[in-house]
Design a protein. Structure first.
Length: 234
């Protein structure tokens, strides 16, 4: 398998050729869009090659960041990325099944680009199928575990396609977690919503609704997209 060149961001670069999930727009816009008043301890669930973990370390200079990843190749790649990272003193990774992981730590911010295709064709890459699909991690189990690990005033940030996001938000209410921010992401102004960025917390409050358009008609980045990601993309 040909190794892809490391992906260069403004403050760090990431190898991602062996990870189950390659670096993609979803995680970059999620990491760019999220806000937190207090984020001293941050957990990235399904951390892959480490992208969201490093984005969080850049965004919150005081934070200790922990990434948890089940896939061995992805985990190993994240460790290698960490050795060359300017944030290596504050970022750690562990390999574990998130739902089986026991920890007495609590986190101010939990972030995830979770598996989402509940059905569909298997590809010839089972590690990618698991990264993309809920087979190995049901959304109910994911929510329960996140809720256990969240501080009282903490927040959870995720990115999912619209139907899965809607179902996830309904499940969250049953766990006592409420929608606080919600953003519909469209590829272009006239296309249907492709992804939803959203945050959950224990405080029920008026939801802030937003829309993000990624590209102009000519395929270049929409000004909204460019402005949102300017701290990360070169």
């Amino acid at each position: 398998m040909a190794h892809q060149k490391p992906f260069q961001f403004k403050q760090f670069s990431l190898a991602h050729s062996r990870s189950a999930q390659k670096i993609g727009t979803d995680s970059v816009i999620l990491g760019s869009w999220l806000k937190a008043e207090k984020a001293d301890t941050i957990l990235d669930v399904g951390s892959g090659c480490g992208l969201l973990a490093f984005m969080m370390a850049q965004k919150f200079p005081q934070a200790q960041v922990l990434g948890i990843e089940q896939d061995l190749a992805s985990f190993e790649e994240s460790l290698e990325n960490c050795t060359s990272s300017p944030f290596k003193e504050r970022v750690n990774f562990i390999q574990s099944d998130f739902t089986q992981w026991s920890s007495n730590r609590h986190f101010d911010l939990i972030v995830s680009n979770p598996p989402y295709f509940e059905s569909g064709q298997n590809t010839n890459r089972p590690e990618r199928d698991n990264a993309r699909r809920q087979k190995s991690l049901s959304h109910t189990d994911l929510l329960k575990k996140m809720n256990q690990l969240l501080t009282g005033a903490g927040s959870i940030y995720l990115v999912l396609p619209p139907i899965e996001a809607s179902n996830f938000i309904d499940l969250a209410k049953l766990e006592g977690l409420y929608l606080s921010r919600f953003c519909e992401v469209k590829s272009k102004a006239d296309t249907p919503t492709k992804r939803c960025l959203f945050s959950l917390s224990r405080q029920a409050r008026q939801t802030q609704n937003e829309e993000l358009i990624l590209y102009l008609e000519d395929g270049s980045r929409h000004p909204q997209h460019a402005k949102l990601t300017q701290d990360f993309y070169l």
